[in-house]
Design a protein. Structure first.
Lengths: 209, 258
């Protein structure tokens, strides 16, 4: 980063600053839309063949069919989301299963965790997350959005929801978490995006603080 | 786990992206609502056709606005060209379209390594763009036009470009020149009014249009689709429904941003 930012003379914020603690991280702007971003066509997986798998570092796995997954205890988080392409959307309403709940249920089936996870998805997308970033009430596997089933273009039937990180970490069409002993970069992380992606620290690309 | 999406191999690790102060060397009207900015970027590391940059405007009180813009120029150019559509209620775009030669502009990049193409990747190359989504596709076309004759002869190219009206078409004269090349087809569809005597398409892109413009799935074209979400969703879904491999269809959502 340059020591001193270049001042764009005459440039001004359009909406007046409020005295409240900001909900929009630096470099982001608020949108009321729900933009769609993905690298390829939207996969269509029938619920009859959908499943969700948690596999630990020793290869032990827990697996749920769609119907089994729907019977797990669910949450209704309302969260702000931040996309690295600069838009933020405030107060989004979701329905899904907390990753904490999933890991507890996986443990009951004999599958543990590991220090890192790679989320894998229909269509081949992957993204990496640390165990700390998906536990402690911070991450969900969401299948409902704004009171309805999550639409395919937004990641339905189910997507990861990790709202404290840039939204590419909230992998669409997620099918499972593979736990790993070492961090392994996912799809965008291999293409120059930041390994962790904290929007409040503007961790957009490799080399950002 | 299988990985259907594969990155185009790039042996060079992406460098850390530093903010650089570019200077505007040319600013010209592209359409009544869009401006093309030609930028001299110090120590520009080079880019691949299809990549974008982040632009940052820092106000005197420290407030910053950032937006992403696709690069319109090919890797062969020494300058970096952006085309910015002015949004009436925007924050960054109204500032950018007023820039003049000699003005400075902070940016960093290049960013994105999936929605990229070069002649070595091969073809046939199917480009589908809506509105300002044509910008990264133009970088691919310009790169193609600068390749040697043998490389061009191996890659037929088709661009399907959906615009509201003929006045909204970016790079009109240059696209007409490109269409004169033997292996390049440029097909327009105008969704909100075609010129008098227009005999071409005048509707949103649909299945019949994609089928008519594209190659058959057996030819395994590489498809790059960029535009508003509704266009990208429908075209990418149509291509897969028509039998094209999902792994050969790359998408980028691109609406005007404020």
């Amino acid at each position: 980063m340059a020591d001193q930012p270049f001042i764009a003379r005459g440039f001004r914020r359009r909406s007046p600053a409020t005295g409240d603690a900001p909900r929009v991280p630096p470099g982001q702007y608020e949108t009321k839309d729900f933009p769609v971003l993905s690298a390829g066509p939207t996969p269509r997986t029938p619920l009859s063949t959908w499943d969700f798998t948690i596999r630990d570092t020793d290869g032990r796995a827990a697996r749920w069919s769609w119907d089994e997954f729907q019977k797990l205890p669910r949450d209704n988080p309302t969260v702000d989301i931040h996309c690295v392409t600069k838009w933020s959307k405030l107060g989004t309403r979701w329905e899904g299963v907390s990753v904490d709940t999933l890991l507890a249920a996986a443990a009951a089936q004999g599958a543990g965790t590991g220090p890192f996870a790679l989320a894998f998805c229909d269509g081949g997308y992957t993204t990496n997350l640390s165990l700390a970033d998906v536990t402690g009430g911070k991450a969900w596997v969401a299948f409902g959005y704004d009171g309805a089933a999550l639409p395919p273009e937004h990641g339905g039937p189910a997507r990861l929801l990790v709202p404290h990180l840039y939204f590419w970490k909230s992998a669409k069409w997620v099918r499972g978490l593979q736990f790993l002993l070492s961090d392994q970069p996912g799809f965008w992380e291999q293409l120059g995006y930041h390994d962790r992606g904290d929007p409040w620290r503007e961790q957009r690309y490799q080399g950002d603080p | 786990m299988s990985s259907v999406i594969k990155a185009i191999p790039d042996a060079v690790a992406p460098p850390r992206l530093e903010w650089r102060v570019a200077s505007v060397v040319d600013a010209r009207d592209e359409t009544p609502r869009a401006k093309t900015l030609v930028l001299d970027v110090p120590q520009w590391p080079g880019h691949r056709a299809g990549q974008h940059v982040d632009v940052r405007l820092v106000a005197e009180d420290g407030y910053q606005g950032q937006r992403s813009y696709s690069i319109a120029s090919p890797p062969e150019d020494e300058t970096v060209t952006l085309t910015v559509e002015r949004l009436a209620d925007g924050e960054v775009s109204p500032y950018l379209v007023e820039l003049r030669p000699g003005d400075g502009l902070e940016l960093r990049g290049p960013i994105g390594g999936h929605f990229v193409w070069n002649v070595a990747v091969g073809g046939p190359l199917l480009l589908v763009g809506g509105g300002s989504g044509v910008v990264p596709l133009m970088a691919m076309l310009r790169h193609y036009a600068r390749a040697d004759a043998a490389a061009r002869a191996a890659v037929p190219v088709r661009l399907l470009y959906s615009a509201r009206t003929a006045d909204d078409v970016f790079y009109r004269a240059e696209l007409a020149q490109l269409a004169d090349q033997p292996l390049v087809d440029v097909v327009f569809t105008f969704t909100r009014g075609a010129p008098p005597a227009w005999t071409g398409y005048r509707r949103r892109i649909d299945r019949a249009m994609v089928e008519a413009v594209s190659w058959s799935p057996a030819a395994a074209p590489r498809a790059y689709v960029c535009g508003p979400t509704s266009l990208v969703e429908s075209v990418a879904t149509l291509l897969v429904d028509l039998g094209h491999a999902a792994s050969l269809v790359r998408t980028e959502r691109f609406g005007p941003t404020g």
